[in-house]
Design a protein around this ligand. Structure first.
Ligand code: CTP
Length: 428
């Protein structure tokens, strides 16, 4: 946080910043075609009450001109250190920022940032910033995978810079691959998450985590399936929060229609069998696994290739079900207690309603022991309240006896509390 924001702490706004204080964001723009997407990011930042100074590189102006940046930010725009020298912009802009975000960051810009060059206003700003720095690279796959870029990204990350993994998809020409700038709406989410955390933003840097989300579908025939009400919102909030804290995130998503969170590798699955395969593959070298998905406990014993027809006599087919494997229990070590990685932290979710045999928390404690995981996030779902809702409340139970109550709040707030508890349990 800049001095200004830290001093004025009376009450906070919905966006989490002190009332009357507009967080100062520097939006750096590199010279790539994705510069046009930064206009939408700028728009979202200003409309949500941020004070944004745009610092494009000279090359960025070849893609989107200074009048656009000036009009959208309401401020003059400069690329060099010689404009308004009496205000010492080459140090002032960086010093006063609460967040510096560069989108798109080109290979050239990553190289200059990694080597501490200061040959324009943006690189000067990166050198003087004391706040969190987010770089969102966009370039062709070959440039992203080049050993020089890989080394530069590693250097920047080792210094605490949050370098957002580019998305896969259509690039400038007809080609596709890794290198796309994530969607502006998702970059905006990264910015707000990082701003809310301030100086501790990147505490999961260097960690690999796996999150599962959504509800599985168990097909009876090519058109019908057994499913459940899981929306995937909590799992996506977990993935987003972990990525904003610097983790390398694999999100195994079962039938979720939400946009891919920025910087997250999304693996799409349908059935519990697919989910199990994807989670096991990603778990081998993961520091943490959070099973927020709702895998179906049962699947039809058989699958019919042709659509099941109605019988003329009005009878309905009996559907025989078999039990699915318990993925959480398997990755937690099952009966043997052996895990893919002994020091991994494994988290389960339990949606409970309580019954004649015990209260929600009694049942959850028993489930925690049965599953063998380290943490169990317990939702009381009597009445179906959490499904599809942007909010949640829970108790996080630890195998070590901990019980952390998380009051009603956003799924993002719960996600951060879960990662706090996970981070506390890392032993290496
Ligand atoms: N889970 C799993 N594999 C399954 C079912 C559930 O990994 N086949 C995980 C869920 O992702 C969740 C946790 O186990 O993290 C608890 O899910 P829940 O449905 O509450 O557990 P069940 O074992 O199915 O218990 P119950 O008999 O109460 O339904």
């Amino acid at each position: 946080m800049s001095e200004r924001a830290a001093d004025e702490t009376d009450g906070t706004t919905e966006a989490g910043h002190p009332e009357g204080v507009r967080p100062r964001v520097v939006l750096g723009v590199g010279g790539g075609i994705a510069a046009y997407k930064a206009c939408e990011l700028l728009r979202r930042l200003t409309e949500s009450g941020h004070d944004v100074t745009v610092v494009p590189t000279e090359a960025a102006l070849a893609f989107v001109g200074a009048p656009t940046w000036a009009a959208l930010s309401g401020k003059p725009v400069a690329t060099d250190v010689w404009t308004g020298v009496h205000e010492v912009p080459h140090v002032r802009i960086g010093q006063q920022a609460d967040l510096v975000v560069v989108a798109p960051a080109t290979a050239d810009l990553l190289a200059r940032a990694a080597h501490g060059l200061a040959d324009d206003l943006l690189t000067n700003t990166l050198l003087t910033a004391r706040c969190p720095v987010v770089l969102a690279p966009a370039m062709h796959t070959e440039m992203w995978e080049n050993a020089a870029t890989v080394a530069n990204v590693e250097t920047l990350r080792s210094r605490g810079v949050l370098v957002v993994e580019p998305a896969e998809g259509r690039l400038t020409g007809a080609d596709t691959g890794k290198g796309r700038l994530p969607e502006p709406a998702e970059l905006f989410e990264v910015c707000t998450e990082v701003l809310a955390r301030g100086a501790d933003a990147a505490d999961l840097l260097g960690r690999r985590v796996v999150v599962s989300a959504g509800g599985t579908r168990e097909y009876l025939d090519p058109v019908r399936f057994l499913g459940n009400r899981s929306s995937g919102l909590q799992g996506y909030a977990l993935a987003r929060a972990a990525a904003a804290r610097g983790a390398e995130v694999t999100l195994v998503a079962a039938n979720v229609g939400l946009p891919d969170p920025a910087g997250v590798t999304v693996v799409r699955v349908e059935s519990t069998a697919d989910l199990r395969e994807a989670v096991l593959a990603a778990t081998a070298d993961a520091d943490a696994v959070v099973m927020a998905a709702a895998p179906a406990d049962f699947r039809p014993a058989s699958f019919t290739d042709a659509k099941i027809k109605k019988a003329d006599d009005g009878s309905a087919p009996a559907i025989e079900l078999v039990q699915n494997p318990d993925i959480l229990r398997e990755i937690s070590g099952g009966d043997s207690g052996e895990r893919a990685r002994k020091d991994s932290v494994i988290v389960g979710f339990a949606a409970e309603t309580g019954d004649a045999t015990g209260s929600v928390l009694d049942l959850a404690r028993a489930k925690l022991a049965r599953k063998g995981c380290d943490l169990l996030v317990v939702n009381d779902v009597s009445g179906g309240a959490v499904f599809g809702s942007p909010d949640n409340e829970a108790v996080i139970l630890g195998a070590d006896g901990a019980a952390v109550e998380v009051p009603h709040g956003s799924k993002s707030a719960l996600a951060h509390r879960i990662w706090d508890e996970v981070a506390r349990r890392f032993t290496n």
